[in-house]
Ligand binder design. Structure first.
Ligand code: SF4
Ligand code: SF4
Length: 321
């Protein structure tokens, strides 16, 4: 019997999700045995023309990591949508916008100015920026358009399921592949893990007092956190209350607070706002000046509360830039 065809593709991402596939270790042999990989630019030499030549819906599933930042990425994910029965955003950047999505606090002009002019290591006295077409003595060179706004995969094409995480843990990847191969998938649109907050499965929850009350916020880099105690109860920001569990508490087990890469649970619309409201409810200070001081002690609120989720938030991007 012919094996199901599978594609892996990457958009605006760091490559960590590609590593996650390799992290399957010997399980990757089971995957390779069960499926026929037809696109995986990081590992195999298939071209866009190979995908274009395939029949529509002939790929059983496309796993796409990374957010959508350029015209080329938009074209490729639209092509993969046409050719695939299932499309699954693979990892936090495709699912929520991820770290590349934090660029939504600026626009293309500001990003180009910083990257190609203002950085100390850049020498660009004529202020030349990348162009979509450039005439050279050897012919016309082209580059894809760089969009103003980073988008999640589901803001660009219809998707079927979500595989969360930065990067998705190997166990979740194997569970998803097995569910697809066995045709045992949950309802369309599901995130392929549990739908409960990380705090519910976190071992440190037991150490939480009945009523949380903090008088200041500490930066994790400035303290040695007690490995037995709940970070939040110690005044260290941990996004566990607003984040979906299922990650295996990888950060918590390494004595680092959660930063929200699994995204929100089903009921939460905007995880940054949800976390802010839980944080506000545990700050046990009445004096306005003191409250301002605590708020100011969070150096980069967007980078902290929306580290992985700015493009998928209600705000989506900084407005008016
Ligand atoms: S706030 Fe963080 S440390 Fe505390 S119980 Fe939740 S996930 Fe665990
Ligand atoms: S603890 Fe939070 S940031 Fe770390 S892997 Fe789990 S969901 Fe992601």
């Amino acid at each position: 019997m012919a094996k199901p065809l599978v594609a892996f593709y990457w958009c605006a991402s760091c490559g960590g999700c590609e590593e996650a596939v390799v992290d399957l270790a010997e399980d990757i042999l089971k995957v390779v045995d069960a499926v026929d990989i037809r696109l995986w630019p990081v590992a195999m030499d298939f071209k866009r023309a190979d995908v274009e030549a395939m029949e529509d819906k002939s790929i059983a599933v496309s796993f796409i990591n990374g957010a959508v930042r350029t015209e080329e990425q938009e074209e490729m994910v639209k092509l993969l949508r046409k050719k695939s029965q299932l499309v699954i955003p693979f990892g936090a950047c495709a699912h929520l916008g991820g770290i590349p999505g934090l660029a939504n606090i600026a626009n293309k002009k500001e990003i180009f100015e910083t990257a190609y002019k203002l950085t100390r290591s850049t020498q660009n006295p004529k202020g030349i920026y990348p162009q979509t077409t450039t005439d050279t003595p050897y012919g016309k060179l082209t580059l894809p358009e760089f969009f103003d706004t980073v988008k999640t995969l589901d803001q660009t094409i219809e998707v079927d399921y979500y595989l969360p995480g930065c990067a998705p843990p190997p166990e979740l990847i194997m569970q998803a592949v097995t569910a697809i191969l066995e045709g045992k998938l949950p309802p369309k649109g599901s995130v392929l893990t549990v739908d409960k907050a990380l705090c519910e499965t976190c071992e440190r929850n037991k150490s939480k007092p009945d009523t949380l009350a903090i008088k200041d916020i500490k930066r994790i880099s400035h303290v040695i956190a007690d490995p037995e105690k709940c970070f939040l109860a110690e005044g260290i920001i941990c996004l566990g209350p607003a984040t979906r569990g299922g990650c295996g508490e990888r950060c918590i087990n390494a004595n680092m607070p959660c930063r929200g890469c699994f995204g929100p649970t089903k009921e939460v619309k905007d995880m940054g706002a949800k976390f802010l409201s839980s944080l506000a409810s545990i700050i046990d200070v009445d004096d306005e000046k003191e409250i301002e001081k605590i708020a100011e002690s969070v150096i980069d609120p967007i980078g902290l509360f929306y580290m992985y989720s700015l493009p998928s938030s209600i705000l989506k991007r900084k407005q008016g830039v």
